[in-house]
Write a new protein. Structure first.
Lengths: 329, 445
């Protein structure tokens, strides 16, 4: 007995947190948005989500086993499933299966496993997948089913998204803004768009859950949303005919999804609270700039992608407030 | 309610022995006294093989200014002076004494009466504390007389007494505050007199409401002593965190020390030892030790003589359970795992924690997911993930620049890490290397 004592350095206890707990926590936080997507897009949402998750988990398993030849598979940590759902959430519900599989391969294979797997990727895998698809298949990626066609998958009636209408307004279509659904409809999610991005309410529920479980801190989502609100609000005040209201900006497109679930990705966001705020403000700013002045109607994914690239730089310059730096009163 | 401002975690408290009154442990058959029970130079033996000693006889004198004398806790004969493995895991020279009877030095006042009036001058108090071999009882074991002698240019403004006991499981200080309340308060008054200040704060976390109530009630009779209830948060018992929590001042990065912001911090156990040394002429040779653990039959608080083997205390608490995986000297956050339980109780032995096999094993680490939780919980405002990675790569210049020497090794980062990364192992490695580099650089100057 006495000879068998384990000797290791302190601490001798652990708080019980784990990668799995955090990843499964994110999955739980995604459930409200998932339910809304089923309610709005029915069969199409189910097929796209399942395919995306299955493809992401499969690619992670296959690459770990056959290319990296690691003994322990990492699919049970839940990160591939999170990537799968987030990728699906960034796709329209009528997208063909083979495009989803390509997106999953880019997300997991190129953006994640090439760099060594979880924790090593400089860019958010789901976002990389989405951007690859958006650039490669612009037609399929921008045809948006009208909500309510529950039994159909690819053969659906499509319509312009609120963001496209807002873009038209900037380009001189004076009537475009009047065709926008009301802010409350946008908030609930009753409008065309990607599977998981439509309902701000459902995504905010997810945010509350993640804050409550301490999976993420408030810094990134709040600074993104506040920046978009203020910046879009100023433009709206300057010319309400051309620039949509800040509420329309907040509740449309991928803003909520991006601010709550994509920009807060642990691996690709800054390590200090100060850095997180800078990162969030920059994403919010870039999003509005791209939405209003860029050629794409949506700027969220590009804004996050650009700021992912700046994360190492932010980490180098934003140090936490060291103990003892506070000047004595 | 007050607390420190940066970081912190909330480990499960598990204060199993909080309701158990202090029991006097049995005398050992042989007592072992390592010569290095404190920070600083080892003590120098003043007895030799065959000498007869009494309880309270000085057996080794301080080996320098930063050092402390060692006293026998038993009466009997010196058996040998030899190496022994102590709680630190290293072999160190020690004095072995075979116990015969229990005969005390005549100079020690053994009556239970409280001696409130202190008739000594500050210099005499510091001299008496030094002569009694008193060191910090919280676990760091820094010689107390050194802390009471501010370096030139520094002036003490207040005394801060640490009754926080933020380590999970440990209850020794808690019991002492309940059972030796007045003695601690007299000890605090003596400390105030020694450093010539008229203000003292006793910080106690509010998971010990009985101790807060009792200490506050009795403290009203002692001018200048204020009990400060603190919000429960680890590592509040860290010297720098406690100062920040109570007087809102932050000690700058090393080499600055608490006296640079006017604070002298002492543990409640030290205040009690100071009382006994100054008022009762009793040198430091016994202390309260918590013996605890989830599968231990009877978690207890013992008043144990120094030199008693820890195995004897564990037996008195019900014996080592079958499922024991690890035995820790101290608390679970900062204590040291023991290679064997046959080590003597020393001045810094605040507790013995028995951990079962399942909890004793570390979980295999996963890759860092950069969740930044270690950064948020670090009470020193450091970036543990960065220090650990750079230390693992041997980039000593970078870790020094990132202030690795400010790390207090509280373990909050590793405690909170979802990937179970052994960050503190690497940070300790880095601190050791960088400490050596700094010393070499200073020697060259």
């Amino acid at each position: 007995m006495v000879n068998k004592l384990i000797v290791s350095l302190s601490p001798h206890v652990h708080g019980g947190d784990s990668v799995q707990k955090n990843m499964y926590g994110v999955l739980i936080a995604l459930v409200p948005a998932l339910l809304v997507s089923f309610y709005m897009f029915g069969l199409g949402a189910a097929i796209v989500t399942l395919t995306s998750v299955a493809a992401c988990v499969f690619f992670e398993w296959a690459i770990t086993k056959f290319i990296l030849k690691r003994e322990r598979s990492t699919i049970m940590d839940g990160s591939a499933a999170v990537t799968g759902i987030l990728l699906a959430f960034n796709l329209p519900s009528n997208i063909p299966l083979w495009i989803i599989v390509i997106g999953a391969l880019v997300a997991i294979g190129v953006a994640k496993m090439t760099f060594g797997g979880l924790g090593c990727n400089p860019f958010n895998p789901a976002l990389a997948g989405r951007i690859f698809l958006l650039i490669s298949f612009p037609v399929q990626m921008t045809s948006w089913p009208v909500p309510g066609q529950l039994a159909s998958y690819t053969d659906v009636e499509t319509a312009a998204t609120p963001l496209a209408l807002m873009k038209q307004a900037v380009h001189g279509n004076a009537d475009a803004l009047n065709q926008l659904p009301g802010s409350f409809d946008l908030f609930l999610g009753n409008n065309p768009g990607c599977i998981g991005e439509i309902s701000a309410l459902a995504l905010l529920l997810g945010l509350v859950y993640m804050l409550w479980k301490k999976i993420i801190s408030w810094h990134i989502p709040v600074s993104i949303l506040a920046t978009v609100f203020v910046f879009a609000g100023l433009m709206h005040l300057a010319n309400p005919e051309v620039y949509a209201s800040p509420f329309a900006h907040l509740f449309t497109g991928g803003l909520m999804l991006g601010a709550i679930f994509m920009a807060t990705d642990y691996v690709t966001s800054p390590m200090t609270h100060k850095g997180m705020v800078i990162y969030g403000v920059a994403i919010g700013f870039l999003t509005v700039v791209i939405r209003v002045f860029g050629s794409y109607p949506e700027g969220m994914s590009f804004a996050i992608f650009i700021m992912n690239a700046f994360t190492p730089l932010i980490n180098t310059f934003c140090k936490p407030k060291r103990f003892g730096e506070v000047v004595k009163k | 309610m007050k607390t420190f401002r940066i970081g912190g975690v909330h480990p499960a408290e598990n204060k199993l022995s909080a309701g158990k009154a202090i029991r006097v442990a049995e005398l050992p058959k042989q007592a072992v006294f390592p010569l290095s029970q404190h920070i600083g130079a080892p003590a120098v033996p003043v007895v030799k093989k065959g000498d007869a000693v009494k309880v309270g006889t000085k057996i080794a004198e301080a080996g320098g200014f930063v050092s402390a004398a060692v006293f026998s806790s038993v009466s009997g004969k010196v058996n040998k002076i030899d190496n022994v493995v102590d709680a630190s895991g290293y072999r160190k020279p020690a004095i072995f004494i075979d116990v015969e009877g229990d005969e005390w030095e005549d100079s020690i006042d053994r009556t239970p009466s409280l001696v409130r009036e202190c008739r000594f001058s500050p210099e005499e108090i510091v001299a008496k504390i030094k002569d009694a071999g008193v060191v910090g009882m919280g676990g760091a074991c820094f010689p107390t007389h050194v802390k009471l002698t501010p370096p030139p240019g520094c002036k003490a403004e207040c005394v801060i007494i640490n009754g926080v006991e933020c380590e999970p499981y440990l209850t020794a200080d808690h019991r002492l505050m309940l059972e030796k309340t007045e003695e601690i308060l007299v000890g605090v008054s003596i400390l105030m007199k020694a450093v010539k200040v008229d203000k003292a704060y006793i910080g106690i976390e509010n998971n010990k409401p009985d101790a807060i109530r009792l200490m506050a009630e009795k403290a009203s009779a002692y001018p200048g002593i204020e009990v400060v209830p603190l919000k429960v948060k680890y590592p509040q018992g860290g010297e720098k965190q406690l100062i920040d929590a109570i007087i809102r001042r932050q000690v700058p990065a090393p080499p600055a020390i608490p006296i640079n912001v006017g604070a002298v911090v002492q543990n409640v156990g030290t205040a009690f030892a100071v009382y006994e040394a100054v008022q009762k002429n009793k040198p430091l040779f016994e202390r309260v030790v918590t013996v605890t653990g989830k599968s231990l039959a009877e978690p207890s608080n013992f008043l144990a003589r120094m030199g008693t083997p820890m195995s004897q205390l564990i037996d008195a608490a019900g014996g080592l359970p079958e499922d024991t995986g690890k035995v820790v000297g101290g608390g679970p956050m900062m204590g040291k795992a023991l290679a064997t339980v046959d080590v003597p109780v020393c001045k810094g032995s605040s507790g013995i924690l028995v951990i079962n096999e399942k909890e004793a094993k570390r979980t295999a680490p996963q890759p860092c997911i950069r969740c930044a939780k270690c950064v948020s919980v670090c009470p020193m405002g450091l970036e543990p993930y960065l220090l650990a990675t750079c230390s693992a790569h041997g980039d000593w210049e970078r870790v020094e620049h990132e202030m690795i020497m400010s790390c207090i090794e509280c373990g909050s980062c590793q405690f909170t890490c979802p990937s179970h990364r052994p960050m503190l192992d690497y940070i300790r490695l880095g601190k050791g290397k960088v400490g050596g580099i700094i010393r070499a650089r200073n020697a060259k100057k």
